[in-house]
Design a protein. Structure first.
Lengths: 251, 328
C-alpha cells in the first residue's frame, strides 16, 4: 500500500470486558482509496472494534485518529460530523418512514439542520438534493417514495449505504453490509462498494469471503481481539497462521 | 369506513367551533364551558403528544407543567387581587390580571422546569423514564399541598377571570374563542414542526437512537428541546385551565391527571396531530354524559380504552382513516 498519511487509524486500541480481552492492542490504518477488510471468526471482536471506532464504546487504552486528529474523546455524533460514515450490521432505519425521508435525515445531519422548525424538510431544496443524489448513487431513486418497512432486505442495505453517503464521509465503516444478502444482491452491492472507494476509503467488516477477496486491497485478520496478520488477499490466503486460526486446515 | 385524515381533522375543528356557537343561540352557556374544557385539555395533550407520540417518550409527569401553568396564573392573579407584593428576592411585582403576560410566565416557567427535569429524566428510557417523570410529578404535588401561602391543600380561588385586551373574558363564548384560537395556533405550529427537519429528527429518534447519532445529530439535545416545547405548551394549557375554573389546586399536579393526558392521546391516536384533540372531546363528552348517569363512569372509560388498545392501535383517528400509523 502507499505510504500516504492514513485517513483513519487506530493506535494500540485495547478493551477488556472482565477477563475477556475483546480488543488487544489493535493498530490498523485505512489509506486513501482503499478497502481494508477485517475478517475473523465469530467472537473475534470485530463489532467491539467497530463500536470503539465509531464512538459507541470507549477503549480502555489507545486512540482513534481521523485525518491526523485524535477523535477518541468524541461522541458518536461528533465522530459522524468529523467524517465517519457508518453502516450497521442489523439495519438501523426508520421503518415507518419513506426511503427519501430516511435519506433526508442524513442530509439534515450533514448540514446540521436539525434546528429548523418551519419549512418542510421535503421541500427544502438543498436537503433534498443531498438525499436524492445519495439515493441515485446506490440505485434507489425509484424506491424514494416506498415505505422503508416494505423495502426488500437488499434495498435496506443499499439505503444504509446511501445514508452514510449523505454525510460525505472521509471514511466509511461498514459492519457486514452483505449480511443476509442473496448471491445476486451480494454481487450488486459488491459492485457499488467497489466504486465507492474513490469517494472515501472503506473499513469493511465482512463474513462473505467472496466479497472480501473481490473487494479488499488489504485484509486484516482478527482472532481473539488481536490482529494476527495484515496483507493482500493473496498473502492472507497463503498465510499458515491465518489458515490455522480461521480458514481451517481443510485445504 | 375510510376517510382522508385531513377531512376528519377539518370536521373535528369545525365541530368544536360550531358547538359553542349553537349553544350560544339556544342559550346554554354550560355547553360552552364544557367545550372550552375539552379545548384546554386538548391543548395540554397536544403538548404531551410531542414527546409521547413523536419522540416515543412516555412522560408520566406532565401534570407538573399543567400545574406550574396553573400556579403561575394563580399566584400572579392572587397578588393582583389582594394588592400584595410578590417578592421573588431579586424581583418584586404586584401580580397581574393580564392573560397574555400570565401565559408568557406560565410557558416560561414550564419551559425552565422542563429543561431541568428533562436534563435528568432523558438520560433514562423506557420504564425508568416513566418512573422518574412520575416521581417528579409527585414531588411537585406534595410541594403544592404543603405550600400554605398559596392555599396548600385547599388551593387558591381567583374571583374574577383574568383579562384579555379588547375582550370580556367572563363571557363564556369569548373565553372559548381565546382558548380555541390558541389551540389552532399551536396545532399549526405543531403541523409545521413535525414535517420540518427537527420533526424528522425527533421522529427518527423514536425509531432508532443509534441511527440519529450516526447521522451526526445529538439525540439528547433533540429530546431535550422536544421536552421543553412540550412542557411549555402543557403549561399554557394549565394557565387557561386555571382561568376556566378560576381556581387552582394541587390536583392539577396529580399523577392521575398525567395519566388522563396519556389516556386522551391513546383514545384519539398516538403521534397524530389531531389525536389528542379528538381524545379530549371524547373524554369530556363521556365525563359529562356517563358521569351524569353514574359516579363510576371511569369503568366505561376503561372499557373503551381497552377496546381501542386491543382493536384499534391507531386510536379513533386510526379507525376513521383506516390507517394504524401516523406516517403511512
Amino acid at each position: 500500500m502507499s505510504d500516504a498519511a492514513p485517513i483513519l487509524e487506530t493506535r494500540h486500541l485495547s478493551k477488556s470486558f472482565g477477563a475477556l480481552k475483546a480488543t488487544d492492542d489493535v493498530s490498523i490504518t485505512l489509506q486513501p482509496g482503499e478497502i481494508h477488510a477485517i475478517i475473523g471468526p465469530n467472537g473475534a471482536g470485530k463489532s467491539t472494534l467497530i463500536q470503539q471506532i465509531c464512538g459507541a464504546l470507549r477503549p480502555d487504552t489507545g486512540n482513534v485518529v481521523l485525518d491526523g486528529r485524535d477523535i477518541s474523546g468524541l461522541s458518536t455524533q461528533a465522530r459522524a460530523r468529523a467524517g465517519l460514515g457508518r453502516t450497521f450490521q442489523v439495519s438501523q432505519l426508520c421503518m415507518e418512514d419513506s426511503v427519501l425521508e430516511n435519506a433526508l435525515l442524513g442530509a439534515v445531519g450533514a448540514q446540521g439542520a436539525a434546528w429548523r422548525f418551519w419549512r418542510r424538510a421535503l421541500e427544502t431544496a438543498e436537503l433534498r438534493a443531498t438525499a436524492e443524489a445519495a439515493l441515485a448513487r446506490v440505485g434507489l431513486s425509484d424506491e424514494a417514495a416506498t415505505r422503508c418497512a416494505n423495502l426488500s432486505h437488499g434495498a435496506r442495505r443499499q439505503l444504509e449505504v446511501a445514508m452514510a453517503l449523505t454525510l460525505r464521509p472521509r471514511a466509511f465503516i461498514m459492519d457486514e453490509p452483505m449480511a443476509g444478502m442473496g448471491a445476486a444482491g451480494s454481487k450488486r452491492l459488491t459492485g457499488l462498494l467497489d466504486g465507492l472507494r474513490q469517494e472515501a476509503p472503506i473499513l469493511l467488516v465482512e463474513h462473505d469471503m467472496d466479497a472480501v477477496f473481490a473487494l479488499a486491497d488489504r485484509i486484516s485478520v482478527l482472532v481473539y481481539g488481536k490482529i494476527i496478520a495484515t496483507g493482500s488477499a493473496q498473502e492472507i490466503r497463503s498465510s499458515r497462521a491465518v489458515r490455522e486460526a480461521y480458514l481451517g486446515d481443510a485445504e | 369506513m375510510r376517510i382522508a385524515e385531513h377531512w376528519v381533522n377539518g370536521a373535528v375543528l369545525i365541530g368544536i367551533a360550531a358547538l359553542p356557537l349553537w349553544a350560544l343561540l339556544i342559550d346554554e352557556p354550560f355547553t360552552i364551558t364544557l367545550v372550552t374544557r375539552a379545548v384546554i385539555l386538548a391543548l395540554a395533550a397536544v403538548g404531551l403528544n410531542i414527546v409521547l407520540g413523536f419522540g416515543g417518550l412516555v412522560s408520566f409527569g406532565h401534570a407538573v407543567f399543567f400545574g406550574l401553568g396553573g400556579y403561575a396564573m394563580g399566584i400572579l392573579a392572587y397578588h393582583a387581587q389582594t394588592y400584595t407584593v410578590l417578592d421573588l428576592g431579586f424581583f418584586t411585582t404586584e401580580g397581574t390580571k393580564s392573560m397574555p403576560i400570565i401565559w408568557l410566565v406560565a410557558m416560561g416557567i414550564s419551559a425552565i422546569a422542563a429543561f431541568f427535569i428533562g436534563l435528568l429524566c432523558l438520560r433514562t428510557s423506557g420504564v425508568y423514564f416513566i418512573m422518574i417523570t412520575l416521581a417528579f410529578g409527585q414531588m411537585f404535588y406534595y410541594f403544592a399541598i404543603s405550600w400554605a401561602q398559596y392555599g396548600g391543600e385547599d388551593g387558591l380561588s381567583i374571583y374574577v377571570r383574568n383579562g384579555f385586551p379588547g375582550l370580556n373574558t367572563l363571557v363564556p363564548i369569548q373565553f372559548f374563542g381565546i382558548c380555541f384560537a390558541l389551540l389552532c395556533l399551536v396545532l399549526i405550529l405543531k403541523a409545521r414542526l413535525q414535517r420540518a427537519p427537527f420533526g424528522l429528527a425527533l421522529n427518527a429518534l423514536r425509531q432508532s437512537e443509534a441511527r440519529v447519532a450516526t447521522m451526526g445529530l445529538n439525540p439528547m439535545r433533540i429530546k431535550l428541546l422536544a421536552f421543553v416545547l412540550s412542557g411549555a405548551i402543557t403549561g399554557l394549557a394549565g394557565a387557561l385551565f386555571a382561568d376556566l375554573n378560576r381556581f387552582v389546586s394541587p390536583a392539577m399536579f396529580s399523577w392521575q391527571f398525567s395519566g388522563e393526558l396519556i389516556v386522551l392521546i391513546i383514545i384519539g391516536g398516538v403521534g397524530r396531530l389531531m389525536g389528542p384533540v379528538i381524545g379530549a372531546c371524547v373524554f369530556v363528552a363521556l365525563e359529562h354524559f356517563l358521569g351524569g348517569l353514574t359516579d363510576f363512569w371511569h369503568v366505561y372509560l376503561g372499557l373503551i380504552l381497552l377496546g381501542i388498545v386491543l382493536f384499534g392501535r391507531g386510536g379513533l383517528l386510526g379507525l376513521l382513516t383506516g390507517k394504524e400509523g401516523a406516517h403511512v
